[in-house]
Design a binder for this molecule. Structure first.
Ligand SMILES: NC(=O)c1ccc[n+]([C@@H]2O[C@H](COP(=O)([O-])OP(=O)(O)OC[C@H]3O[C@@H](n4cnc5c(N)ncnc54)[C@H](OP(=O)(O)O)[C@@H]3O)[C@@H](O)[C@H]2O)c1
Length: 364
């Protein structure tokens, strides 16, 4: 039996996969992964396939264990024997699973992000009372601050009246509120708040082109040509390797109990820098007109552009540009660990775009 068991939801996703890899490399912990059946594949077959693709399948049954469950159910619908196993062994519980689609419906986001977190907390209380749970690590988002309201978001509080661009953001806000309520009642909690996660800092490698990538693709491929923003507006992206290494260092440090951490870029790139970098490197990228959002009239776009633009509404908050994030907790805890805050400069943008072009995601 493992003497140090981590239980993780969301391990089949982009961040979860990399976190499992890092924890196997840097700790001697065992990890129990929650997974569900999907698209006619059983939970265990799905995990096997994913782990094989990232070269971790040899750990299955040794340091990696799979537990069937779905976060939309009470205690994730986990079977009695597996619950007893978690009660006996689990010391750290990472709740990472979420619906991350920015165009998710209100109902889906409520069910998976809010309901899922309530069920995670219900289980965490059991593991704390009946077992030996020491920490509940919750993956929130920097955008609980609401991407359409300009202010400096603090780490150890939630803004009172944020402006949300989509149901993903508002549901993650509600979910973090639940986690903070549990913290106030004595659950030892660590909250990780990444901004927009993108490829590796040195290689640009990312397992899935999600969140901001499809947005960039539409402009790079000339599907859209007008962007309602200002060239000086910034968008906060953060390389995945920093998110993973910082998370491990934060959780390992006992000072991280009952705190939240902005895992973000301290100096995010501007829209102008992104457009310039793309267009200077790839001459085939069509011209993109940046329009003051106050003067942006949708009806002046052609029919196809209007349709695509309507689908992009949930993303537009990220072009807002004046939302900033306090990083005091993150900087304090990372001091002396050898992990520095990430650079998201022109060279990094070039690396990200270069990787997307190399693997054929961007045809420019
Ligand atoms: N990526 C970002 O830019 C970003 C930024 C800030 C914060 N975050 C937060 O970080 C976390 C991970 O993000 P990610 O990008 O890795 O997400 P992702 O790739 O979309 O993965 C989502 C994970 O949640 C699981 N999940 C969803 N619904 C579930 C359900 N009903 N039952 C069980 N598992 C379920 C998925 O499992 P299946 O494989 O079964 O679908 C998958 O493992 C999320 O909490 C997200 O809010 C992400």
């Amino acid at each position: 039996m493992p003497n140090n068991l981590i239980f993780m939801t969301g391990a089949t996703g982009v961040l979860g996969q990399d976190l499992v890899k890092e924890l196997l490399k840097t700790t001697d912990s065992h990890i129990a992964i929650l997974a569900r059946a999907k698209n006619r594949a059983s939970h265990s077959d799905r995990v096997k396939k994913i782990l094989k693709a990232i070269d971790l399948d040899s750990h299955l049954g040794k340091r990696l264990h799979v537990i069937e469950g779905d976060v939309t159910q009470h205690k994730f619908g986990i079977k009695k024997a597996d619950l007893e196993y978690l009660e006996r062994e689990c010391k750290v519980f990472y709740h990472i699973a979420a619906l991350t689609a920015l165009n998710g419906t209100e109902k889906e986001c409520q069910q998976i992000n809010v309901g899922g977190t309530e069920h995670a907390l219900e289980l965490a209380w059991d593991l704390r009372k009946k077992g030996k749970l020491e920490r509940f690590v919750y993956f929130s988002t920097a955008f609980v601050a609401g991407s359409i309201w300009n202010h400096c978001s603090k780490e150890d509080e939630l803004p009172v009246k944020p402006g949300f661009a989509n149901y993903y953001e508002s549901s993650k806000y509600k979910a973090e509120t639940k986690v903070r309520e549990a913290m106030a009642k004595g659950m030892p909690v660590t909250i990780i708040r990444p901004s927009i996660v993108v490829g590796h800092s040195e290689t640009g490698v990312v397992s899935e082109f999600n969140v901001i990538y499809p947005f960039i693709k539409l402009f790079a491929h000339g599907v859209l040509s007008k962007l309602p923003t200002h060239l000086e507006n910034t968008f906060n992206i953060v390389p995945i390797d920093f998110v993973i290494r910082a998370t491990c260092a934060i959780v390992k440090d006992p000072r991280s109990v009952n705190k939240a951490f902005h895992v973000v870029s301290p100096k995010p790139p501007s829209i102008g820098m992104l457009l310039e970098t793309g267009q200077q490197t790839y001459k085939t990228i069509p011209p993109i007109e940046v329009i003051d959002p106050k003067k942006f009239v949708k009806s002046q776009m052609n029919g196809q552009e209007q349709m695509v633009f309507a689908m992009l509404e949930p993303y537009l908050g990220y072009l807002n540009g004046h939302l900033t994030f306090d990083t005091t907790n993150t900087r304090d805890i990372l001091r002396g660990t050898g992990i520095s805050m990430p650079k998201t400069d022109r060279a990094f943008l070039k690396t990200l775009i270069g990787y997307a072009v190399k693997v054929g995601y961007l045809a420019i």
